[in-house]
Design a binder for this molecule. Structure first.
Ligand code: URA
Length: 460
């Protein structure tokens, strides 16, 4: 029996190094005990000592490492052993990581999803209250995460509240930021955090300015805000009032948000993408592997909007990489548009499908799912402000125009968008893949290329 002692609940590096060495030496999962803290060598004698790593023999799919990084933060004590079992299996069958029907892969992916959600919830629901200590004002928040995510989330708060001195107290770990350095301290209790004071007004204002009416329409805001956090949140008192002035606030928010970025669009885009990874605005996150966010330069002049990620996009995390993506790439090249210079995203950012045996069959997003996802599309537009936005297919057209349209009636002409810039509607490349008649498919392909060329010209 080998006992592996990890230094902390979220010790990914410790787990990875040990797992690499053990898997290289083909140590079976049943012979390993994963523990926290000091190595209890006397319990197991010499066998507990780990041999030095021989990593040369081990090649692990990138997707596994990404999965492991999230799963390690889960509160399930079995996580280290489960991950190691999959790792050991991947040595013989590296493709196993792609098998959506494999119960272990599914279980680990579900755990990773729960972790991502918890990370998102902490970002959304931490509420600071102001106190004064020897060095001046300090903002203190109490939060109870479900998983071991506090350390992993620290960077987000350091970036967002860089100029404040703040502390986040949680039952397992407390983190403190003094404007320059992050330090850690043991866990705390709710009683250690202040409750209710002047800062509440600031939060109420902040909340009012970031309030998104689309969420309320689908009632997703109330769903997303678990009741157990409500007591920490002064702004819940404001919900009724917010509904009334929501639209005005949304418009004002768009302006202030962009101004407040101070030019760091790329940084803001990265934060937005990170937040989208934990999106629970509609139910689609429950079955998809991950959020597939937009991709491309943030100063792109053209934005292309597809329908939703497909099977391959869901697995890879990138838009338009599967069969429709290849058709899109070919048509873009024939239209003389450099894909690397444009921004490519989807109207809906989670894969919707029906499971049939081992296959996941694409299912069309409905109106509720499209409008729940509008938040991310609107934020992408706010950051990029593209001159030309091309909708690929009916779902995308609905997203960019805010209403249902017929492609044949709208395609191939410039349409002024209410928030600025020009829109352009064309077919979805997967339409071309479905045409059985070769001559018709070629004709439609040529029209598609012409549409793309027209969009490039109109966006100049
Ligand atoms: N179809 C889409 O609409 N988007 C993708 O990313 C892939 C296929």
């Amino acid at each position: 029996m080998r006992v592996i002692a990890l230094s902390a609940e979220d010790d990914f590096e410790g787990w990875r190094d040990a797992a690499r060495a053990l898997a290289s030496a083909r140590v079976p999962p049943s012979e390993i005990v994963w523990q926290m803290g000091e190595h209890p060598a006397d319990l197991f004698g010499d066998e507990a000592v780990l041999e030095p790593a021989t990593p040369a023999a081990l090649r692990v799919p990138r997707a596994f490492l990404d999965l492991a990084q999230s799963v390690i933060l889960h509160s399930d004590p079995q996580r280290f052993a489960l991950l190691y079992t999959l790792l050991a299996g991947l040595i013989e069958a590296p493709k196993r990581i792609e098998d959506r029907a494999d119960p272990l892969v599914r279980r680990l992916e579900e755990m990773a999803k729960q972790v991502r959600r918890d990370i998102h919830k902490m970002r959304a629901f931490v509420r600071f209250r102001e106190i004064a200590d020897d060095a001046g004002p300090r903002f203190v928040a109490w939060f109870e995460p479900e998983h071991h995510i506090v350390r992993a989330n620290a960077r987000f708060f350091m970036d967002r509240f860089a100029n404040m001195r703040w502390s986040i107290l949680t039952p397992e770990l407390s983190i403190h930021w003094d404007g320059e350095t992050l330090s850690e301290a043991p866990g705390a209790s709710r009683a250690d955090a202040p409750s209710g004071d002047a800062i509440e007004d600031v939060w109420k204002t902040y909340y009012a300015s970031t309030f998104n009416p689309a969420r309320l329409k689908t009632n997703a805001m109330l769903k997303e805000m678990p009741r157990r956090y409500w007591k920490n949140m002064p702004e819940t008192a404001l919900i009724g009032e917010l509904v009334a002035g929501a639209r005005q606030r949304e418009i004002a928010m768009v302006q202030t948000a962009r101004e407040s970025l101070g030019g760091n669009i790329a940084g803001a885009w990265e934060r937005l993408r990170d937040e989208a990874m934990g999106c629970t605005r509609c139910h689609l996150y429950k079955h998809a592997a991950q959020t597939v966010f937009g991709e491309g330069p943030v100063d792109a002049r053209m934005m292309f909007v597809g329908e939703q990620p497909g099977d391959q996009e869901d697995l890879s995390g990138q838009p338009f990489v599967g069969p429709a993506g290849q058709m899109f790439d070919r048509a873009m090249a024939d239209a003389g548009i450099d894909r690397a210079a444009v921004y490519v995203t989807n109207a809906v950012k989670h894969f919707k499908f029906e499971q049939r045996g081992k296959r996941r069959i694409h299912a069309r997003p409905d109106a509720g799912e499209i409008s729940a996802c509008r938040w991310w599309y609107a934020q992408e537009r706010l950051l990029l402000r593209p001159e030309m936005t091309v909708a690929l297919g009916a779902t995308a057209a609905r997203q960019i125009l805010g209403k249902t349209v017929t492609i044949s009636a709208m395609r191939g002409r410039a349409i002024d968008l209410p928030e600025g810039g020009v829109g352009w509607v064309t077919i979805h490349p997967s339409f071309l893949l479905r045409l059985p008649d070769k001559a018709r498919a070629e004709e439609e392909y040529a029209l598609f290329v012409e549409d793309l060329k027209g969009a490039a010209r109109a966006g100049k």
